[in-house]
Design a protein around this ligand. Sequence first.
Ligand code: ATP
Ligand code: MG
Length: 371
Amino acid sequence: MIAVKSLIKRFGRLGSKNAVDNISFTIPEGKLFTLLGQSGCGKTTTLRMIAGIEEPTSGEIQLGDQLVYSSAAGVKVPVNKRPIGMVFQSYAIWPHMNVFDNVAFPLTVTKPRPSAREIKERTEKILEIVGLDSLANRSATALSGGQQQRVALARALVREPKVLLLDEPLSNLDAKLREQMREEIRTIQQKIGITTVFVTHDQSEALAISDLILLMHEGHIVEFGDPQHLYDRPQTPYGAQFIGVSNRFEGSASGSGEVEFMQVKIPRAGNGTFRAGDPVVIFIRPESIALTRSPRDSHPWAGQICQRIFQGDAWDYTIRIKDQEVRVRSYDKAEQFMIGDTAYLRPNYDEMIVLPHNMADATLVSKPVRI
Ligand SMILES: Nc1ncnc2c1ncn2[C@@H]1O[C@H](COP(=O)(O)OP(=O)(O)OP(=O)(O)O)[C@@H](O)[C@H]1O
Ligand SMILES: [Mg+2]
């Protein structure tokens, strides 16, 4: 379990902007939790405060049953006394050591030092978990990027920490290996059942491997929840646009549970309450729109195909409707549209995301504070 309460980090002078601005969250035992957000939003700073490398300005951090930081109670547990293992973006494998020695190293500096036999057993066990047992004697310089990443992971886990902290561990790998390694990290994490904080700016990586995602923006929490909830029911326009691909429309709520946009009225799903005339912003995922060649009553829009991109399992179309472009993903490969074709569009009403138009900072989960 990790519990973070009212955590604040300000680097500059009093009154300057907080890099991490009053965030609170709890991660249950054994979960893989992702800190997601664009560059500079405060992910690494948050992770470093959990690790004890960066001292918070104020707040509280608890790892399992141990309070490791509290500004109010004056508690500051140093990094080497926290039950954590870490992997950074540059994973710093020691080139003069072989794989076994790289992974065993943290145990050799543990006090009291375990016996040689115990070091060997624990190192071999973790090498097997990460799939490096056959490479134990290989020189660390003779490893592929993926293998080096595994060494870094094994080294972080060999002391059997309670919490694993990973800061963009896949960013040095090429796209295919990234995908493979993220699955492996997930499998290893579930096998050991270790509570893990994973930092990334890649929303698809976050959706793929997380139990829980926290989306940050300018030091605040914008969204918090499980991947499908964040994708299907984001609470903020920022979250709807950051996670996955969305078509964005502006419109207004009309009475009797409808929204009006692009010259049509459509029944509104979701449970937000709006008054007639309230400005709203509507997000529709490309795969939530059906395309057909001929009109039916329930097809509110007609448009022209202006771009089509083959994705292997689907076609991605860009369709121009008056002055707006709409993206549609079609898994129906038998019914193909060519550039210039007319297509009729019908959104899946249940999958539309309707949010108040002027959703400012006030609606963010964590509120900015001045200190
Ligand atoms: N040591 C420092 N001194 C001053 N400002 C810092 C320091 N470290 C980070 N910052 C600032 O704090 C903010 C958050 O930085 P942080 O490194 O946590 O972002 P991030 O989300 O990890 O970004 P990235 O995806 O680029 O790694 C940024 O505005 C950054 O410039
Ligand atoms: Mg970072």
